[in-house]
Design a protein around this ligand. Sequence first.
Ligand SMILES: [Zn+2]
Length: 570
Amino acid sequence: MSLFDTLPKTAAEARDWTWEQYAPYGEDLLARDLVGANLDAFMRDWAALENVISEVRSRASVATTLDTTDQAAEEYYLNFFKNIYPHVAKLDDKLSRVLIDSGLVPQDYVVPLRYVRTRVELFREENLPLITELQELGTQFDKIIGAQTVMWEGEEKTLAQMRPVFLNGSREEREKAFTLVKDRRLQDRQALNELWVKMFRIRQQIAKNAGVDNFLDYTWKDYGRLDYTPADVQQFHQAIEQVVVPAVERLNEKKKHKLDLQALKQWDTEAKDPNAPDLKPFTKGDELADVSARIFQQVDPELGGYFQTMRDEELLNLDNYKGKAPGGYCTGYSMVKRPFIFMNSVGLHDDVQTMLHEAGHAFHVFEAANWPYGGQQHAPIEFCEVASMSMELIAAPYLTKDQGGFYNEADAARARIEHLEGMLVFWPYMAVVDAFQQWAYTSGDAALDPDNCDAKWTELWHRFKKGVDYSGLEDWVATGWHRKLHIFSYPLYYIEYGIAQLGAAQVWANSLTDQAGALASYRKGLSMGNTGTLPQLFEAAGAKLSFDAETLGRMVDLIEKTIDELEETV
Ligand SMILES: [Zn+2]
């Protein structure tokens, strides 16, 4: 019997393990003299250890979101991060170095090894406390934003709670609400500027410690962006300016006429057609799961089977309830090789959209589960989001009742139009967020002056967000970067969604002419896990990793054409 046979067999068994119990396995691995003959055993044992710790961490994290009032769950999770995680990070770095120094390449590990190499290259122990400090500053951002409320109709409301007014309120209500929210946000202008400066300085230091020119280059490596460059992304920004910005202007023009307005103001941009009531696709999460199961069965029986497994094994937690954390996500349990989907469904179309999206992530977990090592299973985020965003589009034709879905034909068309318009509106906004940060982290010290940030954001906003009358809203425009969580807490993490959306649009386009072929390619791409480069993963899925106006323009044409067709049905 080998030492590794004594590892816990389930996450429940491992729940109370301390680092002292895990440590001997790490020492055993580090003591091995790595040669060709024992490479497989080394990789297998390393993966076994990693899988236990990873599933314990995932389940601990899930527990805190299922019940935010569960103090024991929160303590357990914090304890994991304090007492186990730092050891895991250091061990991972050491084992990665052993593997790289050996010069050996495990089977089907050429691509994952690139990421291991970059991780090792960038790792600096002196950056760990700086990263922790940034996380703490991130919680300050959450606190500032979380404390923002306004008085509306005699009641104190969080800014998120004001959203229905922007969707369904009268024009007068919308403008009033917008002004209230804007003024409340501007009260924190100074505080957010100061927070930004602190974070910016730390980020510059992190890059310097790692021997990299600037934080843009640092992050590029840190996120494992090995198959495209900042220059490619700048080309993407230009392509968006060229083909998406005019399309959104056309959308805004249409909206202006529909709402019968002289000028489209910011508070009109989300307003719904007053003659079209909110969609009510289902009441309980069980019903959402029932109907979704029928849809996935139609999309592809094998995928339908995966979804059934998730239902049978209770890997879905869909209904919103008191004490549940907000949002929706899909995570993976690495020992049992299963996904888990978390949502806050309340019976809206948004929930249907989230279900389709997260199911795409879940199918990715199933398809890639056969690879023996974690490094081979987890594709880069740019492709993970192709898996999820494609599913939203491929499943859309089955939203109608006669296909087993939720809606009559007119409602399904409305839902789909909203989704497709959302895709168009997203690209230019994404370009602003990304271009702003690319500028900031390559500006030397210019971005340390918030006035410069305001000016840059304003310039980008007017370049990419056209067709709205912003007169009188100069302060609101200039401080737009304060309203984006990612800029503070997840720097430079956003472009992934823009790239993935272009991939997903291509998978969808394929499905319109050849559903079976498109699905076969989609699943082929997913099943590669992380064993192909980004261009290879996209290609396997039937798409091209692209940043050019030609590919983007074709997809924009298809989206606009489809919207026009669907509008006939509404
Ligand atoms: Zn996603």
